[in-house]
Design a protein around this ligand. Structure first.
Ligand SMILES: NC(=O)c1ccc[n+]([C@@H]2O[C@H](COP(=O)([O-])OP(=O)(O)OC[C@H]3O[C@@H](n4cnc5c(N)ncnc54)[C@H](OP(=O)(O)O)[C@@H]3O)[C@@H](O)[C@H]2O)c1
Length: 327
């Protein structure tokens, strides 16, 4: 079977992890790479026998590229995505999709006009276990959803000398919310949609948020969410309903979900592998079918998640430099 051929923008941490996994699956190939530092991109490209490009334009002119995976800091996703769309290349862009909701709207409007596929790489929504939990919730297994509780943390401040500085600098749209807070927000949105109100209390310094406590309120339900760059906390996700609950020890990339009834007795357990390959497979399928968005993570899903994050930033007073907020 012909492999799906990717161009990759950005040769950092996640590009390395995700590309290694998808190539191992045997269904994907990396054919071209472009990144800010040519030498780093060259080392990355060599691993896959891919063409290392001096400019983004050179990569986008490569007729072998079936789609582009954008793995640069959030601050450049907008311009990267617009360049790919202009060249007619389908896009899978890392989370956070853009810096703000207006940029996301502009990207999807451009994609619609050019009839080009674009999707946010919110890998959580493509995990088999998450899809099963979502199906249980949608089929009424736990009754009406009343609450979701989930967090996401990374000990970035502990290992700061070993990380690129994109997490800590406003000029890269750094901070906890866009990097890790996007997971519980996107998960809540997947379950319950657009909240009626948002509250956010952030610990901020040097123009970024180091941690956030977020509450999304819905008619008859609430989501209690947290995110931080300052250490490790539980990744447990609990979806509570009027007739039971669903528990995942790491809801962002679960290998197992357990369904309990209202008395707390175990009703069902579902296990499946986790990984990045599911979103890359889904994109390849969508592109082959000529779709312009993914049913797992639609354009509206991404824009609405970005709107919630805009509101969190408005409440916490985090404003990034004009040149990365602009459209
Ligand atoms: N899905 C996930 O599980 C997951 C996990 C981690 C990160 N992410 C997302 O992936 C993105 C990248 O994160 P990361 O941790 O991989 O960051 P990273 O390690 O800092 O890598 C970013 C890469 O982009 C390159 N770059 C920076 N500015 C660029 C520009 N203007 N044009 C082209 N390339 C540029 C960097 O080049 P240099 O080598 O010159 O610095 C580097 O190779 C972020 O949006 C993040 O939220 C997703």
């Amino acid at each position: 079977m012909k492999k799906f051929r990717w161009g990759v923008i950005g040769a950092g941490m996640i590009a390395k992890v995700a590309c290694k996994e998808i190539v191992k699956s045997g269904r994907h190939e990396i054919v071209a790479v472009y990144s800010r530092t040519f030498e780093k991109a060259e080392k990355f490209a060599k691993k896959y026998g891919a063409n290392c490009c001096r400019t983004l334009e050179e990569m986008l002119e490569d007729g072998r590229v079936d789609a582009v995976y954008i793995a640069t800091p959030h601050s450049v996703h907008y311009s990267n995505a617009l360049a790919c769309i202009k060249a007619g290349k389908p896009v899978l862009a890392e989370k956070a999709f853009t810096v703000n909701a207006e940029q996301a709207r502009r990207v999807f409007a451009a994609a619609k006009e050019k009839k080009v596929f674009v999707c946010e790489a919110m890998w959580t929504r493509f995990q088999p276990v998450v899809l099963q939990a979502r199906e249980w919730a949608e089929n009424g297994e736990i009754g009406r959803i009343t609450r979701f509780e989930g967090g996401f943390s990374t000990p970035a401040t502990w290992v700061r000398p070993f990380l690129s500085d994109r997490l800590f600098k406003p000029e890269y749209a750094g901070g906890a919310l866009l990097d890790v807070g996007v997971y519980p927000i996107s998960f809540s949105h997947m379950l319950l949609g657009v909240p009626t109100s948002v509250s956010c209390k952030a610990k901020t310094a040097d123009g970024i948020d180091y941690s956030d406590e977020i509450t999304l309120t819905y008619d008859g339900a609430r989501c209690d969410l947290s995110c931080t760059l300052e250490g490790l906390k539980s990744f447990k996700g609990v979806i509570e309903g009027e007739k039971g609950r669903i528990v995942m020890s790491n809801y962002t990339r679960p290998k197992k979900a357990v369904l309990y009834d209202e008395k707390g007795s175990k009703k069902k357990t579902y296990r499946a592998p986790k990984g990045y390959v599911f979103e890359f497979d889904a994109v390849a399928d969508s592109v082959a079918r000529g779709e312009t968005e993914s049913r797992f993570m639609t354009a509206a899903d991404t824009v609405e998640v970005m709107e919630i994050m805009d509101e969190c930033r408005r409440l916490s007073g985090i404003v990034y430099p004009d040149d990365i907020e602009k459209v």
